[in-house]
Write a protein that binds this ligand. Structure first.
Ligand SMILES: [Zn+2]
Length: 618
């Protein structure tokens, strides 16, 4: 039933909602239109929620209105609710861009409440109300008074009690949010809402309490077997002078993050010093580089929001299937570049068509979103375009590696391949910048996740052009501009190569390396690799480590044929697919991704084997 419905809605979109040019590009395996089944209803892709505003002011739902949060526990609950409801208004993910900062006021409210309890019940100071007046003078807001304000020190016992209770509440709140986000359902029960939380840069005591609680919840896992949580995708934001080096105020939390990554694959790492996020405001964490777990990100908004991420999202993406163009250009580089230019222009027109289609919807189609301003900038008199225009129109790509193979006989692990790779990416970037100015819409280069497309595009390609060695002799196309998973290179080389291309992208990209279980337990080795990626200006970085769980005894680690403890073969094998984790990959992945996961080399195995490339001379 669900499946038949998908086929029909896709057909309907292709036949009635778009131009012949768009339809043909999609059907010819040249430019893929993502999430076709959400096209006709006019849904957009994803959103970074303006959490600060929603927690403070509350929001309306279909059934009722929800008051703003007044404690850390309710704040955590409301975030899960917001993620859930927003995910029903769209077809992709939801994120919080700086959740540690967002929760500071609620730590303070909880603390204050506990402090007065402490005064009343421990110290026996029944004049608590009078003290409250002293602490929160008329006109001041309790949300603004730091928990390390020296007025609180006057009563040591009450202070200690309040601090302990607040830390405890935060821990419970974080665990509750993890639990909720792993059990909520969306889209008629088909899947969990794709949720991501960015954090790590808030250095206030309150912010640090939040970060610690989030990381501890991540390390703890969920359920009886303490399984790794699939959601939320944690993204630790790294910044110079904040948490990168010993002596930085949040360096200890970076260490804790690495510990979590070693065990849980999360958090991933976002680089707030990334050159591509230039123009951000150091004093405004809403402008810090943040991302959706999958990799989708918001660049500079030409319509007035600048680098602000909150209340914006990816509106819709298309993906150019590069190997098809290489074949249609008779594998000739110059002909290819010409055809690519034409297709990038067509991709823009396809995005514009869909954008207009989405803009033609009535705001009541996504009432929660427009009523509460979760997508920001909405001016009723101007229609929903007023909000949608701040979002991103993403021009994606797939299989750069295979395309280079077709055009020059090698991929970008070689100098010759890299030279052409840069020429291709520069064209994408230049055109997106031009379109952005001409249309006043945020076009951006997108290194597409292509979870299913990696397999379906390959099948179509092979049907038309046959089996070509190192191009269509597998069940998948290589993700975006990634180095193919089978290339035997070490983590530093992988970073060197991909970091030369990440700067061309503004709508999102990810780089990851694969490590085996011995390496992954070595926190200082992990730190060296993450730091190397940051220093190489990688915006979004993740580490893949084996994370298998024996479903009978709960043993976790790398499990080969059977559990080393109880010999069970009932094993869940967690793998990363786009940026997010997916439950057991043998059941959750398509054939192409299954094969891709099995072909992934462990990059640390090649450490020291190839010299000369580690210094970045490639
Ligand atoms: Zn076992």
């Amino acid at each position: 039933m669900g499946e038949a419905n998908h086929v029909m809605t896709k057909e309907y979109a292709l036949n009635y909602c778009m131009s012949k040019m768009s339809r043909e590009n999609h059907l010819n395996n040249e430019i893929y239109i993502h999430d076709l089944d959400s096209y006709a209803v006019g849904m957009h892709n994803c959103l970074s929620l303006p959490i600060d505003k929603l927690l403070e002011k509350g929001f309306n739902t279909r059934q009722t209105d929800v008051r703003g949060a007044n404690s850390i526990t309710t704040a955590f609950q409301l975030i899960a609710v917001l993620f859930q409801i927003q995910s029903l208004q769209q077809f992709g993910g939801v994120s919080a861009t700086h959740i540690d900062w967002s929760l500071v006021p609620y730590i303070r409210l909880s603390f204050l409440k506990h402090y007065f309890e402490g005064l009343k019940y421990i110290v026996g100071d029944t004049q608590g109300a009078e003290t409250y007046k002293e602490l929160v003078p008329d006109g001041a807001n309790a949300r603004d008074i730091s928990i390390i304000d020296k007025t609180f020190y006057s009563n040591e016992k009450a202070y200690e009690y309040a601090l302990d209770m607040t830390v405890k509440d935060t821990k419970q709140g974080a665990e509750g949010m993890y639990h909720n986000l792993n059990t909520l359902q969306s889209r008629s029960g088909n899947q969990l809402p794709f949720s991501s939380i960015n954090y790590g840069t808030c250095t206030s005591t309150e912010g640090r309490i939040v970060i610690k609680a989030l990381l501890e919840a991540s390390i703890e896992g969920v359920g009886k077997l303490h399984k790794t949580s699939i959601f939320p995708c944690g993204i630790f934001q790294l910044g110079e002078g904040i948490n990168r080096k010993p002596g930085d105020p949040n360096y200890d939390l970076y260490q804790l993050a690495l510990k979590s990554t070693a065990k849980r694959l999360y958090p991933n790492y976002a680089n707030i010093d990334w050159s591509g996020n230039a123009g951000y405001d150091k004093n405004d964490p809403k402008t810090y580089f943040s991302t959706m777990g999958c990799r989708t990100a918001n660049g500079w908004d030409i319509n007035g929001f600048g680098q602000r991420k909150d209340g914006r999202g990816n509106i819709c993406p298309v993906t150019i299937i590069l190997p098809t163009l290489a074949m249609e250009a008779d594998r000739d580089v110059e002909k290819f570049m010409e055809l690519l230019d034409k297709k990038i222009h067509e991709a823009r027109d396809m995005l514009k068509e869909r954008f207009e289609w989405i803009c033609s919807q009535d705001p009541s189609a996504a009432k929660f979103m427009y009523e509460n301003g979760t997508m920001e900038g909405y001016i009723p008199e101007e229609g929903i375009r007023s909000a949608l225009k701040h979002g991103t129109l993403a021009i994606g790509q797939i299989a750069l590696a295979e395309t280079l193979q077709l055009l020059v006989g090698c991929n970008h692990t070689t100098e010759k391949g890299m030279e052409l790779a840069k020429r291709i990416e520069a064209l994408f970037k230049q055109r997106c910048a031009e379109f952005k100015n001409e249309d006043r819409l945020n076009y951006g280069v997108y290194y597409t996740p292509a979870e299913n497309l990696c397999h379906t595009a390959l099948e179509k390609f092979r049907k038309k052009y046959g089996v070509i060695k190192d191009v269509s002799d597998k069940e998948f196309f290589t993700n975006s501009m990634h180095v193919p998973v089978w290339e035997k290179i070490d983590p530093f080389q992988k970073i060197n190569i991909e970091s030369q291309l990440t700067g061309y992208s503004s709508a999102g990209c990810i780089t990851y390396v694969e490590l085996d279980s011995d390496m992954s337990k070595n926190i200082s080795a992990l730190e060296t690799i993450v730091n190397y990626a940051m220093d190489k200006d990688i915006p979004y970085f993740a580490i893949n480590v084996p994370s298998d769980t024996c479903l009978d005894c709960g043993y976790q680690g790398e499990i080969y044929n059977e559990c080393p403890i109880c010999k069970s073969k009932n094993v869940e094998r967690l793998r990363r697919v786009t940026g997010y984790l997916t439950g057991d990959y043998k059941t959750a992945f398509n054939l192409g991704k299954q094969q891709e996961a099995e072909m992934r080399v462990k990059h640390n195995k090649y450490l020291g084997r190839v010299n000369g490339l580690i210094d970045g001379t490639l």
